[in-house]
Design a binder for this molecule. Structure first.
Ligand SMILES: O=P(O)(O)OC[C@H]1O[C@H](O[C@H]2O[C@H](CO)[C@@H](O)[C@H](O)[C@H]2O)[C@H](O)[C@@H](O)[C@@H]1O
Length: 249
């Protein structure tokens, strides 16, 4: 049972249509799976995103650790009316706009080669190559956690790269931005500036987003089990998120 101070996070009130809505992807809109490519993205989610974009006059953004390219592959045309922030805040695309993405540092390629070589004989460890990062997934080999973190830490600090922990993964990603800075930037611009910010997320990378919406007078919604968090509300999991969103769409 979690400590008493963690029990006071209530579910968020129903959306009333004046919000700017920021949504994490893995673990928030889709259930976690055994590997990055194994998630199930259903048409109901695509329809939901389209309806939410219409209901909130375009004030909906996906804010993910995935690259925008990966999110496009999963969600396709459902993102036409939605802003997309990828790579933990480093990439941004306004709805219908062009993708703004920094150059991929050469040091990332070297780190990726080293990680692939290091774990080459470990079938249970998946190396995920991303536009601005590389992640070591040890979900099927939890004993590799310390090793993965140590290797990622070895490359962090080079060429602006930082270590990003996540659920059963250690990632090396481009620094200089995070989910919080990306949300804060969107809140300075139309259409997001017109809405009260609400951000839903499940992982440690989402804590920057919770702090950003709190600083802007909005609400953070932790998805999953209670833990120490900057969020102000909590929903139990993906199914609860989908029900809460569908009630407003
Ligand atoms: O910010 P998010 O949208 O939540 O993305 C965070 C990371 O999500 C993915 O990894 C996680 O989901 C995988 C599929 O369910 C799971 O196997 C893994 O253990 C999780 O950490 C994605 O692969 C990463 O690139 C994202 O950074």
């Amino acid at each position: 049972m979690p400590p008493a101070e963690l029990l006071d996070l209530r579910p968020p009130p129903a959306l009333d249509g004046d919000e700017s809505l920021f949504l994490d992807f893995d673990g928030t809109l889709v259930e976690l799976a055994g590997a990055p490519d194994a998630i199930v993205v259903d048409d109901a989610l695509r329809d939901l995103l389209i309806r939410l974009g219409e209901r909130l006059d375009g004030r909906v953004a996906i804010v993910s650790g995935r690259s925008v390219e990966q999110l496009d592959a999963f969600l396709g045309d459902a993102l036409a009316g939605v802003a997309v922030v990828g790579s933990h805040g480093a990439e941004t695309r306004a709805a219908g706009g062009a993708l703004v993405v920094p150059d991929r540092p050469d040091a990332l390629a070297a780190a990726e080669r080293a990680l692939v070589d290091h774990f080459a004989d470990r079938g249970g460890v998946v190396i995920e190559r991303k536009s601005l990062g590389v992640a070591v997934h040890y979900r099927h080999q939890p004993e590799a956690e310390a090793e993965a973190n140590d290797l990622v830490a070895r490359y962090a600090g080079r060429a602006g790269l930082v270590a990003q922990p996540g659920k059963m993964m250690a990632e090396l990603r481009l620094g200089g931005a995070d989910k919080g800075s990306a949300i804060a930037a969107l809140l300075q611009q139309p259409p997001f500036a017109a809405g009260r910010p609400v951000f839903l997320g499940d992982d440690v990378t989402d804590e920057d987003g919770f702090r950003a919406v709190a600083a802007a007078g909005g609400a953070g919604v932790l998805v999953g089990e209670a833990r120490a968090t900057a969020a102000t509300h909590r929903l139990d999991g993906v199914a609860a998120v989908r029900r809460w969103l569908a009630a407003a769409a």
